[in-house]
Design a protein around this ligand. Structure first.
Ligand code: AMP
Length: 325
């Protein structure tokens, strides 16, 4: 009887999650459309095909890592360059006990440290091209293989169908398949409009935008106070090329993940104009589908750091206002 009741409760909660989570779409994707032989970077499209959407997914035997632990989040943060993947990943990592890796950040670190990979990647990254799949797989799996049963997010990989298949093979061999792909769906014209305002903190990958997410102190990272830098590939020409590369090489991955058999990797598309708009949808969804995600407990040292930086900020604001008086 108890088993029957728990089963009923599970079915009910699944149905409710599907019904009440606004902003979760049955994966209509905007992919580049051709108009008179040209690729059109469309804002919204009415020709989206509704693809299957499943709330509970993951190969049952491997995506759950034990009855007491719940489903482990092994997630791809997917989307166009500049869609806000880095911002949303940072927010998740700050709030929840999740690790996150961005291949763009890893490559930028390799480039800054002038490693062998960095020397090879520098020119390609600067011109908006793609690093060969085998090298990228090595960069990524070196990181992922050390994570065991931790919750993680991968941002920027895979970027080609080949990389997607390599990653799936690799994760399946280790019995740790992907549990979720979140597609951050932002219109091209919105992304293009805000790219020139983007600044990054290279060591952490934290992203700021002068128009809607400025640093507390101009030019400096909020957490460390270190200087922010401009990415060399964040200029309109290179950016247009990166967007084109996305449509040609990366967007086919959406159909690949959408066509996975039921009870495998789940694909969810979240639409919005800003990360602030998408954030609550993302959080609601993760809390519902991955109840084992725990919020971080801020350590005493972190609390001290935050209160120190807030005090510093107050002092600076005080000084500025007394100067302007
Ligand atoms: P991102 O910060 O994700 O926009 O990545 C910056 C640049 O790094 C890209 O424009 C590519 O040149 C390179 N890159 C990042 N991830 C990959 C990948 N998975 N495959 C190939 N190149 C990549």
């Amino acid at each position: 009887m108890r088993t029957l009741l728990s089963l009923l409760a599970l079915v009910l909660s699944l149905c409710m999650s599907a019904a009440v989570l606004p902003g979760f779409r049955a994966l209509p994707h905007r992919v580049g459309q051709h108009i008179q032989g040209q690729r059109w970077f469309g804002g919204s499209s009415t020709s989206h095909k509704a693809l299957p959407f499943t709330l509970q997914s993951g190969r049952a035997s491997t995506a759950y890592d034990g009855p007491g632990e719940g489903k482990v989040l092994r997630m791809l943060m997917f989307g166009k360059p500049g869609a806000g993947k880095g911002t949303l990943s940072s927010r998740l990592v700050k709030k929840y006990d999740i690790l996150s890796f961005s291949t763009g950040d890893l490559l930028r670190q390799h480039i800054a440290e002038k490693t062998e990979v960095g020397r090879m990647a520098e020119e390609i990254v600067a011109t908006g091209g793609l690093i060969p799949d085998d090298i990228m797989l090595k960069v990524v799996t070196t990181k992922l293989d050390s994570l065991h049963n931790k919750h993680w997010i991968l941002d920027g990989f895979p970027r080609t169908l080949g990389q997607g298949k390599l990653l799936d093979d690799h994760l399946h061999q280790r019995g740790t398949p992907l549990s979720l792909v979140v597609n951050i769906d932002v219109a091209d014209e919105i992304i293009l409009g805000r790219i020139s305002d983007r600044w990054v903190h290279l060591p952490s990958g934290r992203v700021y935008n002068l128009s809607y997410n400025p640093p507390k102190v101009a030019g400096l990272d909020d957490e460390t106070g270190e200087p922010l830098t401009k990415r060399p590939d964040d200029n309109p020409e290179i950016f247009a090329r990166r967007l084109q590369t996305y449509y040609a090489a990366t967007s086919p991955l959406l159909s690949y993940y959408a066509s996975q058999p039921p009870n495998t990797t789940q694909l969810v598309s979240l639409t919005g104009a800003t990360s602030d708009e998408i954030w609550p949808k993302l959080e609601r969804f993760l809390n519902s589908a991955f109840p084992s995600l725990k919020e971080r407990v801020e350590t005493r040292e972190q609390k001290r750091k935050h209160s120190l930086s807030d005090a510093l900020l107050l002092r600076q604001e005080g000084a500025e206002s007394s100067v302007s008086k």
